[in-house]
Write a protein that binds this ligand. Structure first.
Ligand SMILES: *Cc1c(COP(=O)(O)O)cnc(C)c1O
Length: 487
């Protein structure tokens, strides 16, 4: 990966006349098109695209790909994001021609197989949630939250219009309050106890006749399962409010606990996290939502249904919040999630959650000697450590993260949740071997020793990456778009 010569931009590699594709000369007369585009909108010169050979093109992008940290090349313990390996069989299934060549405007009779897959996935997700109905439409976790808040709002528009407030624990993912705000709801923060769980007294004080719901992540972003969850559900239900579960990372409980059984009324999944779709650089994703009986009629359209032997798309739901995504949602992600569930089977899904929890506890226990563990074990699928001891020697969690790159490990999630100083949030996932976990432990211990013996080295890490420490603020504010054509 290291010691490469600097990679020129593809534009800088341009050689006049070079071409990656070799097309035969045109053997039919050229016809001037009859433009319906206004002439002032038509460019007079061709776009300045790079002219390169096929080898230049291939090598350029292969070089760039080789510089990447990725789940296929590196351990990637990003907490609250579930970056596990992406089984190649998922990619095979999503790449099948019968799926990739579908057009969303095709007649319903010609897409029965695709609809059957969606219908079956819907049923699997309903069973895993222990809830009445799933909608596959939302295109990401945050989009699932927004859709859910719209469903909740739809429900209260019919039943109790004054409810416009949503309670959110202080350990929540940032998208939770953002989705509420986008939907015109107000948010109120509920405190955590020193043990990292929802403070029941604070909840009881804040819930009232204006509360529409509480959004909770369980296990929460500290990696702890809130064992008071049925009590939390009772408090909300007694006050006429809904319990919403942020189910972005279900690894710790799928196949073992059904959210519907612990009082959840509505939730979202992140198929791209728990159900293994590659989602580097922010996409693609899918965030299906699951709802209890009383919220069903508000779900978005279209809904994929089975009518006798045929699969249909139902648009005729009177109280539906409407359509939240073009066509049927993020279809190729649905194919991957379906493949993942079918490949594992019911037993395999349960094994996923057992291994995820085992791996996280193993790491947390072994890291305890060199780093502070602010919350007690056992954890679920992830946990947080604090680099507060290292900070007292002038080395921050960020420096540790950068140093991990030199050892070939993608850094964990940093500085989140906000309630833990110098927070490092680790999620190994269920798919890592003991050897990989041990390598991570050894590396973290080595770095803890470096903090004591050579703190300056930590400040200049990474030492071996193609790009060293960047000024992130400046990089975002002053984009350096280097290429300028020489006139
Ligand atoms: C990732 C995540 C989200 C947001 O999901 P996106 O698909 O990135 O929109 C919400 N909540 C939690 C706990 C998450 O980890």
């Amino acid at each position: 990966m290291n010691a490469q010569k600097e990679e020129k931009l593809i534009f800088e590699q341009s050689i006049e006349g070079a071409c990656a594709a070799n097309l035969p000369a045109c053997d039919v007369p050229e016809i001037k098109p009859d433009y319906s585009i206004p002439p002032q909108l038509i460019a007079e010169t061709a776009p300045e695209l790079p002219e390169v050979t096929e080898s230049q093109l291939t090598r350029h992008f292969t070089h760039l790909a080789n510089r990447m940290m990725s789940v296929d090349a590196n351990f990637y313990p990003l907490g609250s994001c579930t970056m596990k390996y992406n089984p190649k069989i998922n990619e095979w299934a999503a790449g099948l021609e019968g799926f990739t060549n579908l057009h969303p405007y095709q007649h319903i009779d010609d897409v029965q197989g695709a609809l059957e897959l969606m219908y079956n996935l819907r049923k699997y997700l309903e069973e895993i949630a222990g809830l009445a109905e799933v909608s596959l439409s939302p295109a990401a976790g945050a989009h699932g939250e927004l859709t859910s808040v719209m469903v909740i709002r739809g429900y209260y528009n019919d039943t109790d219009r004054q409810r416009d407030r949503i309670l959110i624990p202080d350990s929540a993912h940032g998208t939770n309050p953002a989705s509420c705000a986008l939907c015109g709801m107000h948010t109120t923060v509920v405190k955590s106890t020193p043990e990292g769980l929802v403070d029941l007294a604070d909840l009881a004080e804040k819930v009232d006749e204006k509360t529409a719901a509480m959004m909770i992540t369980n296990p929460n972003t500290l990696g702890l399962f809130d064992s008071n969850i049925t009590e939390i559900a009772r408090i909300l239900h007694d006050n006429g409010a809904q319990l919403y579960l942020d189910g972005a990372n279900m690894n710790a409980i799928i196949g073992r606990v059904r959210p519907g059984d612990f009082g959840v009324d509505i939730m979202h999944y992140n198929l791209h996290k728990t159900f293994a779709t590659p989602h580097g650089c922010g996409g693609p994703g899918a965030g299906p939502i699951a709802v209890a009986e009383h919220l069903r009629e508000y779900l978005p359209v279209p809904q994929v249904e089975r009518k006798d032997d045929k699969f249909i798309l139902d648009y005729a739901r009177k109280k539906s919040i409407g359509q939240v995504r073009t066509f049927y949602g993020q279809f190729s992600v649905l194919v991957r999630a379906y493949t993942y569930i079918r490949a594992l089977g019911a037993k395999g899904i349960k094994q996923v959650c057992e291994n995820a929890v085992l791996n996280a506890n193993y790491l947390a226990k072994c890291l305890q000697t060199h780093y502070t563990l602010p919350y007690n074990l056992p954890c679920m699928h992830e946990f947080v450590i604090s680099a507060d001891r290292q900070k007292s020697r002038g080395v921050r969690a960020l420096d540790i993260a950068k140093r991990l790159l030199d050892y070939g490990i993608h850094p964990p999630t940093m500085y989140f949740p906000l309630i833990v100083p110098e927070c490092i949030m680790v999620e190994p996932t269920e798919t890592e071997t003991l050897e990989t976990l041990d390598y991570f432990i050894e590396t973290m211990q080595k770095i803890a020793n470096e903090v004591i013996s050579q703190p300056d080295l930590l400040h200049s890490a990474p030492l071996t990456m193609p790009v060293r420490r960047v000024d992130e603020v400046r990089a975002a504010r002053q984009l350096d778009l280097r290429w300028k054509k020489e006139k």
